[in-house]
Write a protein that binds this ligand. Structure first.
Ligand SMILES: Cc1ncc(C[n+]2csc(CCOP(=O)(O)OP(=O)(O)O)c2C)c(N)n1
Ligand SMILES: [Mg+2]
Length: 323
């Protein structure tokens, strides 16, 4: 897809990609010190999907995601303080130290809910879209989920209801071809999810989830179609999960998948790919270095603050939780 982004838009996207990548690289550096007790499902390789989609939807969009949600949180809030404090389990965290990595949310910024239970936030997003229709608002809801979630009944029921009621909802399937260690071909009794979804009353597009420009253009096109004639949209985006399912390590030598060739790895790295594109077209190395430095300093300050922050008091144990 050709570049039709303004330079200020491109630099905004680049900064977000770098913010997410560098925050997760910092987690990888810090995790061994055992201050972060939460399991982490890192999004390295996936960043272009949340960054592209959330740059292409209207501002008041309500967003729902999974345990692999760091990119959603950082994209929507830019709040590295609340992010790192939450990973360290501190009272100043986004979930006051009780959500951990898998349940990050920021409803005031549009991230309504994320969950560790596969498929469970898809119907919540449908509910948000249904509420918008009921209130005669043009607001859009977005549900992000993995390829594993399309094997859940909640996905099909959600699709059916949303299509029947012509809701303004964007279903975003983040397809890394894996559920933990199992490839799609060993799990799914159908050949192509987009072929099946193509039979529903919705807009349907497939694309390269490693290319932030392609993702944003596809999202914009879909939102435009949805506003002309309300119907759900289904975006099927492929990407490479660079690391293990949960944790900080690479796992290409474990035996269940092969390491792609280095040229392929570079092509599938959304940050590197966009950076090369920017350097070819419109930006200097100094422009990009300045962004990286600002982001690295912001992350370092947030980690320092998170380490020094207090844990929640024992009296807080039952506040904000359902018991
Ligand atoms: C309802 C439910 N079933 C099983 C699990 C165990 N589980 C955790 S992650 C995962 C794989 C999900 O894969 P996918 O949806 O493709 O997401 P990805 O991790 O690839 O982003 C499974 C089966 C779960 N958390 N919830
Ligand atoms: Mg997957």
């Amino acid at each position: 897809m050709t570049a039709r982004l303004r330079t200020d838009e491109s630099l905004y996207l680049y900064r977000k990609l770098v913010l997410i990548r560098q925050a997760e690289e910092k987690i990888r550096e810090e995790y061994g010190n055992d201050g972060m007790k939460t399991p982490v499902h890192l999004s390295i390789g996936q960043e272009a999907i949340p960054v592209g989609v959330l740059s292409g939807v209207p501002e008041a969009t309500q967003c729902f995601g999974t345990y692999r949600n760091h990119a959603l949180y950082l994209m929507l809030t830019d709040d590295t303080d609340g992010f790192f404090a939450e990973l360290y389990g501190k009272a100043t965290g986004a979930g006051k130290g009780k959500a951990g990595s898998m349940h990050l949310s920021a409803p005031e910024s549009g991230l309504v809910a994320t969950s560790a239970v596969v498929g469970t936030t898809i119907p919540l997003a449908v509910g948000a879209a249904f509420a918008a229709k009921y209130k005669k608002s043009d607001d859009v809801a977005v549900a992000f989920f993995g390829d594993g979630a399309v094997e859940e009944g909640s996905f099909w029921e959600s699709m059916n209801f949303a299509c029947l009621h012509r809701l303004r909802i964007l279903f975003v399937c983040e397809d890394n071809n894996l559920a933990i260690h199992t490839p799609s071909a060993a799990r799914q009794g159908f050949r192509s999810i987009s072929e099946i979804v193509g039979g529903f009353e919705c807009y349907c597009m497939s694309g390269d989830g490693s290319d932030v420009q392609e993702v944003i253009m596809m999202t914009r096109q879909m939102v435009e179609q949805m506003s002309e004639q309300p119907k759900p949209g289904f975006l099927h985006l492929t990407y490479l999960r660079f690391l293990e399912h949960v944790g900080i390590a690479e796992d290409f030598d474990v035996g269940y998948r092969l390491r792609p060739a280095s040229t392929e790895m570079a092509r599938l790295d959304p940050v590197l790919r966009f950076e090369k594109n920017l350097l070819r077209n419109e930006c200097s190395l100094d422009d990009l270095r300045a962004i990286r430095t600002e982001v690295d300093e912001k992350i370092a300050r947030s980690i320092q603050a998170a380490k020094q922050a207090p844990f929640p008091a024992p009296s807080e144990l039952y506040t904000d939780v359902f018991v």
